[in-house]
Ligand binder design. Structure first.
Ligand SMILES: NC(=O)c1ccc[n+]([C@@H]2O[C@H](COP(=O)([O-])OP(=O)(O)OC[C@H]3O[C@@H](n4cnc5c(N)ncnc54)[C@H](OP(=O)(O)O)[C@@H]3O)[C@@H](O)[C@H]2O)c1
Length: 268
């Protein structure tokens, strides 16, 4: 429904990136924003009459919950006042399960999505996890709502969400860490810190851009820049030995999954 009334709860970094995309796409439906102290860009939309701010509770067609998971428990009763029998709920909160959303908001019509920080510049990937049995047209609508943040993948089942989150939700930090440890290695081998960080950062950025523009998979791109017996191969033999990156990443993802599951239990 292009003219569905959307109520956004929480217009912080992610919430305002979503709402900015809806406004840019020229959605015809009313957009209501509920947030005690919205950021500057949101204040501009309110002043321009593009969105309504903190309207009295009334059922939304689509309710998007983008507050921190830690505050959801205390807010759920208030938020539930904006949920009617026809309201569809989309939560981007990490770790709040479909069952918890359904119980606390009093509707079975719930979906979760897990965005990542590159979504703030429209380059993210968001995992869509709707309730089982969600119709194709509802899926298409949920995807359209999330597209301001970048690619939308799924639907996936909730059982797979912790592993998917451990890749894409946490993954931007892995990319930043790669730049950090590359720079530190350069410093250890005599480069000035500024130069080492510039080289590491631009290289990680450039590799990402190359991958974005290429139909090849990551493994082929890696092989394309690795001459037999060359300098890169010498480094990769260290990084790719079984006890190095393959094993470390497997352990890191296992730790992220365990933490995600524990956090979900805390918000039940
Ligand atoms: N950022 C990410 O990369 C990322 C990735 C995946 C999932 N998520 C999920 O996205 C959600 C939002 O994250 P974020 O980074 O956008 O957080 P954020 O910038 O802190 O945004 C949350 C917003 O909710 C507002 N808020 C607080 N109390 C409220 C209330 N009573 N009613 C309405 N709004 C209220 C906050 O206002 P104040 O600032 O004034 O408290 C803030 O504007 C989180 O649940 C997070 O788990 C984020």
């Amino acid at each position: 429904m292009a003219d569905a009334k959307i109520t956004l709860i929480g217009a912080g970094r992610m919430g305002s990136a979503l709402a900015g995309g809806w406004l840019k796409a020229g959605r015809s439906g009313q957009i209501d924003i509920v947030d005690p102290a919205p950021a500057g860009v949101v204040q501009d939309w309110i002043a321009a009459g593009q969105v309504r701010h903190n309207p009295a509770p009334a059922p939304a067609d689509i309710l998007v919950v983008a507050v921190k998971p830690q505050v959801f428990g205390a807010l759920a009763e208030e938020i539930a006042k904006r949920v009617g029998p026809e309201t569809r709920v989309l939560s981007i909160m990490a770790g709040v399960s479909l069952a918890t959303l359904a119980t606390r908001l009093g509707t079975a019509n719930v979906a979760r999505a897990m965005p990542n920080t590159p979504g703030l510049v429209g380059k993210g990937v968001t995992i869509l996890c709707p309730k089982p049995g969600t119709t194709e047209s509802d899926l298409a609508e949920l995807k359209a709502l999330l597209e301001p943040l970048g690619d939308v993948v799924g639907p996936i089942t909730e059982a797979k969400l912790p592993a998917a989150t451990a890749l894409s939700g946490c993954g931007p930090a892995y990319g930043f860490l790669l730049a950090e440890v590359m720079a530190a290695a350069g410093v250890a081998h005599g480069l000035a810190p500024d130069l080492a960080m510039r080289l590491a950062r631009k290289t990680v950025e450039g590799a990402g851009a190359l991958m974005e523009g290429s139909p090849e998979d990551a493994s082929t791109l890696r092989k394309n820049v690795t001459s037999p017996n060359g300098v890169t191969q010498a480094a990769l033999e260290v990084l790719m030995s079984p006890e190095a990156m393959p094993s470390i990443f497997e352990q890191a993802v296992a730790a992220a999954i365990a933490r995600d599951i524990a956090l979900s239990k805390e918000t039940e």
